[in-house]
Design a protein around this ligand. Structure first.
Ligand SMILES: Cc1cc2nc3c(=O)[nH]c(=O)nc-3n(C[C@H](O)[C@H](O)[C@H](O)COP(=O)(O)OP(=O)(O)OC[C@H]3O[C@@H](n4cnc5c(N)ncnc54)[C@H](O)[C@@H]3O)c2cc1C
Length: 394
């Protein structure tokens, strides 16, 4: 593979960089962002998405006919790299952009595409993903939330769990069992459900970070119009695979390891070990160098996967490598930062002695979610053992 960017790709980078230089929200300080109240943070992200959408910088990999730019893999890589380097805020409709939107593009009827896609892009309608249940997490095919046909409606009863942003969502992409009498991968369907429908109850769950960004969602006799079926009835497993593929690709390309490394380098120059900047300590330098090597390996592995896909192959199980390595590296870097900070790592926002506005203890806790959401590290290792290394089934 040629690691140089083409003149067109460099021009794309320059256009984006210039736009970011002139358009990042005024007064935005990434270091202090987490201190803002969760509601205000969300509205800020929604405003940012609206502005970026108006300039054509949201959903750039979506086809042009559905409001994207038709960006290719390399442009997506550059896009993520530039947004990370500029420390740009995230968009509000994370899951709509990463999962529901691309799934609707793939499986949706034309009318569904016209109805839902524009508002996912603009952030006017927020989406959440109803996959996991109390007894169906890693083993999603065991899901039990039931939908029974009743004339022009499906009537839904059951429960989802860990549903990120359900408390803010306008719609949920909901996976339900429509036929309980077939093997578990069959008889599943996907429904688009308006969160304001009577019978939908959202109960927030507090996470280890103290935020309440995910939820339990209960469905009691919820009537969903038949026209909201996404993809073929009883063959929703295929729809689910599309959604998961986009989730994995989205998490893999957006992992914040390079940003975390640059923050860690900054921290190591700012804190002292025995009267000298920690960055001058040989043991610390070894550790930082090792992190930098691993970050670079992740980038090259991503290029390897792009190279395969640019030749027309579908995204393969090698995506699991970056998911495992990236999420665990992210966590190790945050843990190392807390070692550098010593007792100061106990201090979160609100104390006058807090370092970096409590970024590091928060990162050490928050980083764990990346090793679980989108398929746990154990599940990813299972995939690698089976499909990449060809090991016998455990
Ligand atoms: C922050 C966060 C946000 C999330 N957001 C959403 C969301 O928006 N929508 C949604 O539907 N879900 C969401 N999830 C749920 C997430 O997808 C599940 O937590 C994940 O798939 C694991 O499922 P589980 O929690 O039921 O654990 P389980 O599947 O019960 O697993 C428990 C443990 O057993 C291990 N294990 C299970 N099966 C195997 C196996 N075959 N081999 C080896 N080890 C195994 C797991 O690795 C894990 O350590 C979110 C999770 C997190 C942490």
């Amino acid at each position: 593979m040629d690691f140089n960017f083409t003149p067109e790709e460099e021009a794309f980078r320059q256009e984006l960089r210039t736009w970011l230089q002139h358009n990042l929200p005024e007064g935005y300080d990434p270091q202090k962002f987490d201190e803002i109240d969760a509601e205000a943070r969300f509205e800020f992200q929604r405003g940012w998405q609206k502005k970026a959408h108006a300039a054509g910088w949201v959903g750039i990999h979506w086809p042009k006919e559905y409001g994207g730019r038709g960006a290719n893999l390399m442009e997506m890589f550059i896009f993520n790299q530039e947004l990370n380097q500029a420390h740009a805020p995230r968009y509000a409709n994370t899951l709509g952009l990463m999962m529901s939107g691309p799934t609707i593009i793939h499986w949706g009827a034309e009318e569904q595409k016209r109805r839902y896609l524009p508002k996912i892009l603009s952030g006017e309608e927020i989406w959440c993903e109803g996959l996991s249940e109390p007894n169906a997490g890693s083993d999603l095919a065991s899901l039990q939330t039931r939908a029974v046909e009743d004339g022009d409606y499906f009537v839904v009863n059951g429960q989802k769990v860990w549903t990120s942003y359900a408390h803010r969502a306008d719609y949920i992409q909901l996976f339900v069992r429509t036929d309980p009498h077939t093997p578990k991968h069959k008889g599943i369907s996907c429904l688009i459900v308006d969160m304001k429908t009577p019978g939908v109850t959202v109960r927030p769950l507090v996470q280890i970070t103290g935020d309440a960004e995910f939820n339990e969602v209960f469905f009691e006799d919820v009537r969903v119009p038949r026209t909201n079926l996404l993809g073929p009835k009883d063959e929703g497993w295929k729809v689910l695979v599309t959604t998961l593929m986009h989730e994995r690709a989205g998490i893999g390309s957006g992992l914040p390891v390079h940003r975390q490394l640059s923050e860690l380098l900054r921290l190591s120059k700012a804190v002292e070990l025995e009267g000298r900047p920690a960055s001058e300590d040989p043991a610390v330098r070894q550790k930082l160098a090792q992190f930098a090597i691993e970050c670079q390996a992740i980038t090259y592995n991503m290029f390897r996967s792009f190279s395969k896909r640019l030749k027309g192959n579908p995204p393969g199980p090698e995506g699991s490598i970056n998911k495992v390595v990236g999420s665990e590296l992210n966590l190790r870097m945050a843990a190392f930062a807390t070692e550098l900070l010593g007792p100061y790592a106990q201090l979160t926002q609100g104390s006058p002695f807090t370092v970096d506005h409590g970024r590091w203890p928060r990162a050490a806790l928050w980083g764990r979610l990346l090793t679980i959401g989108g398929g746990t590290s154990e599940i990813q290792r299972g995939i690698l053992g089976d499909r990449v290394l060809g090991l016998p089934k455990g």
